[in-house]
Design a protein around this ligand. Structure first.
Ligand code: MTE
Ligand code: MO
Length: 512
């Protein structure tokens, strides 16, 4: 191994290991379900003929998957070595080798059920690591070769060799760091997921959808939004994974008594439960950033009263584990509404991406000023003294929800039979409530829709109306009347700075 020639294959293997390690780290950090190698292994399993699979299980027993992964890694070592050799004379061959490997991984990832683009991030990072690492190693091997051939009399032989080994050491360090980051992230995540699965919270009950809340028109959003379908908004690139045993909430600032609360302290308290609709300030008119769930948690009013806010305080600056902040009106957290530290969603411990183990839910406020996921700190303060994540970016300091209504059936642009047509959708104005929904055809008179039931003023309501459409193109429009008798404004406003307004309008073509 004293000549540069011998080092091309090991350089390929080293670069290969570096790419595998960074892709593993990215997969674990981003909570991508499978790292590329595991995805390929699962792809191989899916493609394996039954006979071969049976032979593998008979031969290797329950270790069959481990054997498969080790087999894939062994093949990769050989391929990486070859790629290193190719890099000596034909860089394009080496680069294509990596591209083919990345392509196989991408295929394995994208053919899994419900693939998403983020699942490709580990593969892209791995491919880039391969190319950069091999390019650096190849550069110094080439210089070393020049020195050996005596083509570069100016160069110092020892120096060039040493430099190659330095680069190799750096690539090895990247590989080790990637592996370590991946391990740490995966064990933190597994710990949080495991504790979540084992959690039984006394006082948390399963949701029972109340009578009469659905209008029974196909195509309308389910009244209860399942956790898996609930919209997701957050700024966390790496979502926090907090085991309940590691969670603590500090309530401090302008209070008589600072409170520190462990998870056990929290769930020992009385559990409150309610149907509450959560919506995002970024939801466009007719948009889908809204969901309705059965939330279980601990009332904030009682907790804050124990802390004892001082005269002059009007805000609570909430901070999440990942450093996101929002300012919430103290009054909204302490009045009669069911503002809570939620621990369960639809009868299950909060999903990790929805804020496990504890998040805030405040009926009547947009999420960006209230619904802190992974909440760990609440500072009682004054709006005049604080700024928060979104208010720093030009969004309004106060974010009370605005009334909204949407037509879900028929869909925009649909062809419908002429004559009587059933329309339906949802409307919401959390913590004030909806008194009526009205529908209009082609700018004509507004007609009242019929409303389904609601258990409280904090949830959305489903509506249904029958309109009569002659053949041709038509515009359908919807608006709500709130429980205080105000009609939803038709003035069009953008989502920035404090939520969209305007009447949801769709076009349909009635066919004779
Ligand atoms: N930690 C944290 N909490 C957060 C956010 C965030 O970016 N980080 N986004 C907020 C916004 S803008 C909304 S609309 C809701 C969305 O909650 P969901 O993702 O559970 O639907 O969470 C809020 N809580
Ligand atoms: Mo939001």
């Amino acid at each position: 191994m004293r000549t540069s020639r011998a080092w091309w294959p090991p350089a390929g293997v080293l670069a290969g290991a570096g790419g595998l390690a960074t892709s593993y780290a990215v997969a674990e950090l981003l909570h991508v379900r499978d790292s590329p190698v595991v995805a390929v292994a699962e792809g191989v399993i899916a493609l394996t003929p039954g006979k071969v699979a049976k032979w593998a299980i008979d031969t290797f027993g329950t270790d069959d998957k481990l054997v498969l992964i080790l087999g894939i890694l062994a093949i990769l070592v050989v391929v990486f070595g070859l790629i290193g050799r190719w890099a000596h004379r034909r860089w394009w061959a080496a680069a294509s080798g990596y591209a083919v490997l990345a392509g196989v991984a991408a295929l394995a990832v994208l053919t899994k059920p419900t693939p998403s683009l983020i699942d490709l991030a580990p593969i892209v990072v791995g491919l880039l690591t391969w190319l950069v690492a091999l390019a650096l190693l190849a550069e110094w091997l080439r210089r070393w070769e020049l020195v050996e051939d005596g083509d570069d009399p100016a160069a110092e032989p020892m120096h060039t060799r040493r430099h190659f080994f330095l680069v190799a050491g750096a690539v090895a360090a990247v590989a080790a760091a990637g592996g370590l980051v991946g391990r740490v992230a995966s064990s933190a995540r597994r710990r949080a997921e495991q504790s979540r699965r084992l959690l039984r919270i006394e006082g948390v009950t399963a949701p029972a959808v109340p009578d009469g809340v659905v209008v029974g028109v196909e195509g309308v959003s389910p009244w209860q939004t399942p956790n898996d379908d609930f919209y997701l908004i957050d700024t966390a690139i790496i979502r926090p994974t907090i085991a309940p045993a590691d969670w603590e909430l500090r309530i401090h600032g302008m209070v008589e008594r600072e409170i520190r609360l462990s998870y056990a302290d929290l769930v020992r308290r009385e559990i409150t439960e309610d149907w509450i609709t959560l919506s995002c300030v970024s939801n466009e008119v007719g948009g889908e950033l809204v969901g309705n769930a059965w939330w279980s948690g601990v009332r904030l009013a009682a907790l804050l009263a124990e802390a004892g806010p001082r005269e002059g305080a009007d805000a609570v600056l909430q901070t999440s584990e990942d450093g996101w902040t929002c300012g919430t009106p103290l009054a909204a957290l302490m009045d009669e509404r069911n503002a809570m530290l939620a621990v369960a969603m639809n009868g299950e411990p909060l999903p990790i991406e929805h804020g496990f183990p504890v998040r805030t839910i405040v009926p009547g406020l947009y999420g960006y000023v209230s619904a802190t996921k992974w909440v760990v700190d609440m500072e009682v303060t004054r709006f005049a003294d604080i700024t928060a994540y979104w208010t720093d970016k030009g969004w309004a300091e106060h974010g009370p929800v605005k009334p909204a209504s949407t037509i879900e059936v028929p869909g925009d642009g649909a062809d419908v039979p002429a004559g009587e047509l059933v329309c339906a959708g949802v409307a919401w104005f959390q913590h004030t409530g909806i008194a009526a929904v009205e529908v209009q055809v082609d700018g004509g008179p507004w007609r009242r829709a019929s409303l389904a039931a609601t258990p409280n003023v904090d949830t959305w309501v489903q509506w249904r109306a029958v309109v009569d459409l002659p053949p041709g193109e038509h515009l359908l429009r919807v608006r709500a009347v709130d429980a205080e008798g105000r009609t939803q404004t038709g003035v069009v406003a953008d989502v920035l700075p404090d939520g969209a307004t305007g009447w949801h309008t769709i076009g349909v073509t009635a066919k004779a």
